[in-house]
Design a protein around this ligand. Structure first.
Ligand code: ZN
Ligand code: ZN
Length: 339
């Protein structure tokens, strides 16, 4: 079977590997049809992904078709189309016991810590498959991407009519916006890139965008009502942005860090306390997030049409990649077709 391997930073190869020969109990054999590429994959390619070892088969944003099932109690059956929840958790640790497998002590993400979906066939636990025979294969591959934003918005417990400031309009920020809107709240988006902000206004139904190069507190005070946002979701992974959140938040508000970086965050305690700030991290997504996203796409509440900007067949991926990496390529989501 066709398999794309990242051998070392900057070096992919395509090979013909042996197909899986057995499907263990509780598992399904699935055929990969779509693989979305995201920031994690770019970091691995550039050698900047922490705790990453080579060689590795990437691919954690997957639209698949079920080939065989070895699990009598499974919801999935042969021929079903599914999104894959790529977070392999132990099921035993304190987080797993409390229903938080997304932050399992021993979490292994398919395509990051374990070989993923950039190959024609993979074997996955049946309970990690989320079926929809209504969504397209592209949409199924986008569910994991959207899961990052869906989970962050759930962490913030966003309510109707509140103003939510989304910092950063890269793919993570874009994944946050539809779920803020689905909660009936108003998404205000800030970024340093004019073209990203224009994209939000044109394609994501965002009415208000702010220039993050300027004084954000001042711009926020000019908005109708004049109150600071009651929730801030930082999707930048940029330390100055993350530390600035504490000055931009309404009293009694919540901050969610969904973007991350390898370092320390500090803040002024009186500033934090005065507001009785709630500070939360958001990591990956839960099974319920996958189910909810599938339902919202099926119902037309979440529109996936703006997302996929670039695509290539599995055979053409390696030669196409350098074009996607140029700064003016404007990639939001690149998709690999395994057909
Ligand atoms: Zn991803
Ligand atoms: Zn666990």
């Amino acid at each position: 079977m066709k398999t794309i391997t990242l051998n070392n930073p900057g070096e992919f190869s395509i090979s013909d590997a042996a197909e899986p020969t057995e499907v263990p109990a509780g598992y399904a054999l699935v055929r990969t049809r779509r693989v979305g590429i995201c920031g994690t994959d770019w970091h691995a390619y550039h050698g900047r992904q922490p705790f990453f070892s080579y060689p590795r088969v990437l691919g954690h944003e997957l639209g698949v078709e079920v080939v065989a099932v070895n699990d009598p109690s499974a919801e999935v059956k042969e021929g079903d189309k599914c999104s894959v929840e790529p977070y392999l958790n132990c099921g035993q640790c304190v987080a797993c016991r409390r229903g938080k497998g997304n932050c399992c002590i021993d979490l292994k993400v398919l395509g990051v810590h374990a070989d993923g979906g950039m190959r024609e066939l993979i074997v996955v636990p049946t309970h990690k498959l989320h079926v929809s025979n209504k969504l397209s294969l592209d949409q199924l591959a986008l569910v994991e991407t959207l899961g990052i934003g869906c989970h962050a918005v759930a962490r913030a417990q966003v309510e109707r009519d509140e103003h939510v400031l989304v910092l950063g309009a890269g793919p993570i920020g874009l994944s946050v916006i539809p779920f803020v809107q689905a909660a009936g709240a108003i998404a205000v988006v800030a970024d340093v890139s004019d073209s990203r902000l224009a994209f939000c206004r044109q394609h994501m139904n965002v009415k208000t965008t702010l220039d993050a190069r300027g004084d954000l507190a001042e711009q926020l005070k000019q908005l109708p009502g004049g109150d600071l946002p009651t929730a801030i979701i930082d999707a930048t992974g940029n330390p100055p942005s993350m530390m600035r959140c504490f000055d931009l938040l309404a009293h009694g508000g919540r901050i969610v860090y969904v973007g991350l970086f390898q370092g320390e965050v500090s803040f002024n305690d009186p500033n934090f306390h005065r507001r009785e700030t709630t500070l939360l991290a958001s990591r990956n997504a839960l099974p319920g997030d996958f189910k909810r996203i599938i339902r919202l796409i099926e119902q037309g509440v979440v529109d996936t049409t703006p997302w996929i900007t670039h695509r290539a067949s599995a055979s053409a991926f390696i030669e196409t990649l350098p074009r996607w990496l140029t700064p003016d390529a404007g990639v939001i989501k690149a998709m690999i077709d395994f057909d």
